[in-house]
Design a protein around this ligand. Structure first.
Ligand SMILES: Cc1cc2nc3c(=O)[nH]c(=O)nc-3n(C[C@H](O)[C@H](O)[C@H](O)COP(=O)(O)OP(=O)(O)OC[C@H]3O[C@@H](n4cnc5c(N)ncnc54)[C@H](O)[C@@H]3O)c2cc1C
Length: 140
């Protein structure tokens, strides 16, 4: 793909997020959000008759991952946080970046069910679940 997130030979087709393959960028939410913004801004500039392509430049704002119930790891620049504080940070960042009240409320409600209960549907995928052999089985 082209550095401006378009398909070679098709400048009006953009590929962003998990589907894009550019500069070995990881398939994470931050790349998806930034490439989406880049695409929107490019379209906005084109509507103002500026068709000069600008390459997508990813700004690494840090990395976060939930690793278990109430535990997450986060690395923002030199700062590394883990455990419950990391999880609270993970929660705040993820809710903040969701768009609109409905999405935020829906995500929080699902997370309450997932984290307070024992259901693991939104936290782990295993081969057994995908094969559908025993959907009620605990992940191995
Ligand atoms: C289990 C798991 C944990 C993750 N944890 C993290 C994490 O901790 N931190 C992090 O940064 N990233 C994490 N990721 C990665 C992150 O979720 C993705 O990088 C991000 O969601 C990609 O965004 P996207 O918009 O490209 O794709 P998606 O978020 O997958 O959005 C694509 C949307 O398109 C819809 N769609 C698909 N086909 C069609 C169609 N034909 N017509 C209409 N709509 C369609 C889908 O339903 C979906 O809503 C995780 C991913 C998974 C699976």
């Amino acid at each position: 793909m082209e550095p401006d997130c378009t398909v070679p030979g098709y400048p009006d087709i953009f590929v962003v997020g998990d589907l894009m393959s550019l500069d070995h960028l990881p398939g994470v939410a931050e790349v998806a959000m930034q490439s989406g913004v880049h695409c929107a801004r490019t379209i906005g500039r084109r509507l103002k008759d500026n068709r000069v392509p600008r390459p997508f430049v990813y700004r690494d704002l840090g990395t976060m991952a939930a690793i278990s119930r109430f535990r997450a790891v986060a690395k923002v620049g030199p700062l590394k946080v883990g455990g419950l504080i990391g999880w609270l940070l993970w929660l705040v960042v993820h809710v903040t970046f969701l768009t609109g009240f409905k999405n935020r409320f829906g995500a929080l409600a699902r997370w309450v069910v997932s984290f307070v209960g024992r259901g693991r549907y939104e936290r782990a995928l295993t081969g057994r679940w995908i094969a559908g052999n025993d959907p009620s089985a605990e992940p191995v």
